[in-house]
Design a protein around this ligand. Sequence first.
Ligand code: FAD
Ligand code: NAP
Length: 448
Amino acid sequence: MSPVLPGDAPVVHDLIGIGFGPSNVAMAIALSEHNARVGRREAVTAHFFERQQGFGWHRNMLIDDATMQVSFLKDLVTLRNPASEFSFLCYLQSRGRLVDFLNQKNLFPLRVEFHDYLEWAAARVDDMVSYGHEVVAVEPVTVDGVVEYLDVTARSGPEAVVHRARNVVIGTGLRPRMPEGVDRTDRIWHTSDLLGRVEALRGRPSRFLVVGAGQSAAENVAYLHRRFPDAEVCAVFSRYGYSPADDSSFANRIFDPAAVGDYFSAPDAVKRRLMDYHGNTNYSVVDVDLIDALYREAYREKVLGTERLRFLNVSRLTGVEEGRDGVRATVTSLVTGEETPLDADAVVFATGYRPADPLALLGRVADHCHRDDQGRVRVERDYRVATGPGFRGGIYVQGGTEHTHGITSSLLSNTAVRVGEILESLLARGRGAARAAGPVPDEVGSAR
Ligand SMILES: Cc1cc2nc3c(=O)[nH]c(=O)nc-3n(C[C@H](O)[C@H](O)[C@H](O)COP(=O)(O)OP(=O)(O)OC[C@H]3O[C@@H](n4cnc5c(N)ncnc54)[C@H](O)[C@@H]3O)c2cc1C
Ligand SMILES: NC(=O)c1ccc[n+]([C@@H]2O[C@H](COP(=O)([O-])OP(=O)(O)OC[C@H]3O[C@@H](n4cnc5c(N)ncnc54)[C@H](OP(=O)(O)O)[C@@H]3O)[C@@H](O)[C@H]2O)c1
C-alpha cells in the first residue's frame, strides 16, 4: 500500500501505533494476518512504540486469584477471525492446557493467565514494536499546503527517533484517577500501584484504608486482608454496600459489536440514557461472587470476635495527611457528619480511571482535529478523528471514545472487531492514495 517518496525521503509507514497494550497488539495482529494474506504489493506497513520495557498489562493488579471480567472468546482476535492462530484457545494449546482449561467449565480465565496470553500474542508480532520508546510528540508534515504525513518522535532514554507515517493509531489506555488535591506517595496509593507498593512496604502493617466501591476496590480489600493476616482493612465508600455488576445476558448485549453502531447513531440524549441504564455492567460495581466472599468473611470474623474487615459505608474520606510512619486519615459519615480519625500504614485510592486525552500528544496536529460543542474529540464511526480539509492523514483512536462509540471504548469486549474496522478504513482510504501514487516500497510489514 505504501508508495515510495521521490529522492532520499525517509521511510513512510502506512501506520504508526502509539502504545502496545491489548488494543494495539490486536491491531498489529490484524495487520500481520492481512499482510500474510495479500502479499507484498498490498501489504500495510506499520510500526508500534511502547514506553514499557516489555509487554505489560496492568501488572500491579495481577492479583493471583483475580479473574477476567470478559469471556476468553473476546480475546484479541476471535470475534474478527475465529480461525486465527492468535486466539486464546491456540495459546492454551501451545501451553498444553487446552483440555484442563475446558474442564473448568468457566469462560473467565485468571487475570495472570490472560496476561500470559497477551504476552504470548505480543511476542509473536514483536518485529512490529519498539519497547522502551515513549512517544513524546507528533508533528504535521505539509506537502503543497496539505498535511500529508505525521512525524512521530519516540524517546528511549536520552535518544530520540523520528518516524514518518500516513496514519497513526493512538492506543495509550487509561490514567489513574485520584480525588482532587490528593497526590500519590509511598503511602498514598492508587490501586494501579498495588502490588509494587505492597512489595516495597517496610515493617508489619496494622491498618489499610481502601477508598471506593468498584471492582478494583473490592479486589484490593480482599487481597490486603489475605496478604496481611494481622492487619485491619477498612473499606470506605459512599454507597450502602457494594453493588453487583450486571452480567445478565440481555444487559451483556451492550458490549456487542452491533451495539457500537447503535450507540454511534443514537442522539445524545439516548446515548446518555443508555449509559445510565447500563453503566452498572462496568462502573462502580463488583463481581457478585467477590461480594459474597467478602460478606461471608466479615460475618465469620464477627462470629469469631476477630473483626479486622471493616466497612465504613455511607462515608467519605475527607482528610488524608502523610506523617513519618503512616497516614492520618479522616473519615466522615454522610449520615451524621461525624468525623473519625484513623491512622493507617497506607491508603489505597480505588477511585477508577479516566481516558487519556487522545489529542494531548498531538501538538499542532490537534489544531486540525474537530471537537464537539462540549470540547470532546469528534470521532467518526471508523474510529478516525474528524479533521479539516487540509489534512490527509488519519488519526485513529482506540479508547477515549465512550462519548461516540459507547461503553466498550476502554474494554476488551470489542477490541478484535474494532481493529478489523480500523484496518478496513485504512485500506479503503489507502486504495485511493495508492492509485494516485505508483510503485511499491522495498520493505513491507514492519520497520524499526
Ligand atoms: C485492573 C484492571 C483490570 C481490567 N480487566 C478488564 C477485563 O477483565 N475485561 C475488560 O474488558 N477490560 C478490563 N479492563 C479495562 C482495560 O482498559 C482493558 O483491559 C485494556 O487495558 C485496554 O487496552 P489498551 O491497549 O487500550 O490500553 P492499555 O492496556 O492501558 O495499554 C496502553 C499502553 O500504551 C502505553 N503508552 C501510554 N502512553 C504512551 C506513549 N506516550 N508512548 C508509548 N506508549 C505509551 C502504556 O504503557 C500501555 O502499555 C481492566 C482494567 C484494569 C485497570
Ligand atoms: N478483575 C478484573 O477484571 C478487574 C479488576 C479491576 C478493575 N477492572 C475494570 O477496571 C475498570 C475500572 O474499575 P475500578 O473499580 O478501578 O473503577 P470504577 O468502577 O470507576 O469505581 C471507582 C470507585 O471509586 C469511587 N470514587 C470515584 N471518585 C471518588 C472520590 N473522589 N472519592 C471517593 N470515591 C470515589 C466511585 O464511587 P461511586 O461508587 O460513588 O461511583 C467507585 O466506587 C472497570 O472496567 C473494571 O471492570 C477489572
